[in-house]
Write a protein that binds this ligand. Structure first.
Ligand code: C2E
Ligand code: SIN
Ligand code: SIN
Ligand code: FE
Length: 396
């Protein structure tokens, strides 16, 4: 957000600006985190115009304008996300405000000095922010963010254009109008995209949760086993420094580890006592069955879930099933979920066993480090034991 960078862009030649516009548009489209995206849109618009400050408004579902990002290089809080979370600050879409007028008409407003708006205009500048902050708003460029369907999804309001060389106050040029309008429509596409990605993720997280629940339903008295296993696995992966995307996928995917138990008959699954060796052989099929049920998806969460279902009963020393993989032949997701799953099974009562206490369960993990489990994963588990205990209580 440095002034130097702003200057160099506004001075650059037209083809350079055009190239930059395409680059920025592409970068925006690949950003799926909504608040990061909104901040970038406003920042890029200000870079194209050397604007000292700016506000990005979004049109809400109930037809209001929401202050979503405020940036100001001259004031202390250079970037403020307004009302992020609990109570977003919104205002009515009224043609008497500047942003409201642009939302209603869909036309750009380029105003040399907002304190000199003629009374005949129908809209006026609200000076309350200036009065509170001591800031002097002068030139303003306000453009609609119109998506390809022609719907206005937000408004970019740029405040106080500066001369590239001297840094003096100036008005926004008509070239800049066009550039920002172009950026704003690319931003509208990116915004739709980020919202859809968010909705999609929430819907499939919900679908996965129901699927996992359905599988667990027949496996009596496991309580919130699947949720705990997901949380433990995510916490371990976090402490191992794995990437955030992987961690959030793992949180969902791990809950499906025993989906293959759907194909195991009740008389085995719910048998109160010890399984015969034939019964255990059949039970062990749940790993490869789960892998198959989830195989062949393009979706990263389902791909990971398939990998976990298949590999969560492999042992570090090669004595596990279904493939007898050894050490790092076992996918890291399977190494993590083995610890998460067994720890939770040990701490819980099952139809065939009573629960061990925390201490005894931990002893077993320690003993099995390097035999059943990856030593590195067991080490991480003990490093975050407090967090593990918290999860255990939270999802009891
Ligand atoms: P589960 O109950 O979710 O247990 C998962 C894993 O936790 C087990 O995988 C095992 O590695 C570990 N585990 C569970 N309880 C104990 C325990 O008391 N001591 C130790 N050292 N480890 C324990 P495993 O053995 O491959 O079993 C897979 C699934 O087969 C179990 O899932 C359970 O549904 C079923 N199962 C295993 N043994 C019996 C049994 O004797 N009777 C019945 N009815 N089901 C069993
Ligand atoms: C406006 O009247 O739309 C501008 C409001 C503001 O910047 O505070
Ligand atoms: C963590 O604890 O670091 C992530 C897993 C969770 O949200 O419980
Ligand atoms: Fe299992």
């Amino acid at each position: 957000m440095s002034g130097d960078f702003v200057v160099s862009l506004a001075e650059s030649d037209p083809s350079e600006k055009f190239r930059r516009l395409i680059e920025v548009g592409l970068a925006l489209t690949s950003e799926s985190d909504l608040s990061t995206l909104l901040g970038r849109i406003l920042l890029e618009a200000r870079r194209f115009t050397c604007a000292d400050a700016g506000t990005l408004y979004l049109v809400t579902k109930d037809g209001r304008l929401q202050f979503s990002v405020v940036q100001n290089d001259s004031l202390d809080h250079s970037e403020v996300l307004v009302g992020n979370g609990s109570s977003p600050v919104t205002m009515e879409i009224s043609p008497t405000s500047i942003a409201g007028c642009v939302t209603v008409t869909g036309s750009t407003l380029n105003i040399p000095d907002v304190y000199e708006i003629p009374g005949t205009c129908g809209f006026h500048f609200d000076r309350s922010f200036d009065l509170k902050s001591g800031y002097r708003s002068r030139s303003m460029l306000v453009v609609p963010m119109k998506n390809p369907k022609g719907k206005i999804v937000g408004v970019i309001q740029l405040i106080n254009a500066r001369c590239p060389g001297s840094g003096k106050d100036t008005a926004f040029s008509s070239d800049q109008e066009e550039l920002v309008l172009c950026l704003a429509s690319q931003a509208a596409v990116a915004l739709d995209n980020a919202r859809l990605t968010g909705d999609l993720r929430r819907s499939y997280a919900e679908a996965i949760h129901h699927l996992a629940k359905a599988a667990e339903y027949r496996d009596k008295d496991t309580g919130r086993h699947i949720e705990r296993v997901g949380r433990y696995a995510a916490a371990i992966a976090g402490a191992m420094g794995l990437p955030q995307d992987y961690i959030s996928d793992l949180l969902l995917a791990a809950t499906l580890h025993d989906i293959g138990k759907l194909s195991i008959p009740d008389c085995i699954l719910q048998k109160p006592g010890k399984l015969t060796s034939d019964e255990y052989r059949e039970m062990k099929c749940h790993a490869s069955l789960g892998g198959e049920i989830l195989a062949g998806s393009e979706n990263p969460v389902l791909r990971l879930a398939s990998e976990i279902a298949l590999s969560h009963h492999e042992h570090w020393d090669g004595s596990g099933y279904p493939h007898g993989l050894k050490g790092d032949e076992i996918p890291v997701s399977g190494q993590i979920c083995a610890v998460a799953d067994v720890f939770d099974a040990l701490c819980s009562a099952r139809c065939y066993k009573s629960a061990f206490g925390m201490q005894e369960s931990c002893e077993i993990l320690k003993q099995e480090s390097g035999r059943h489990f990856s030593p590195a994963v067991v080490d991480v588990f003990f490093r975050i034991k407090d967090r593990i205990s918290e999860i255990r209580e939270e999802f009891a």
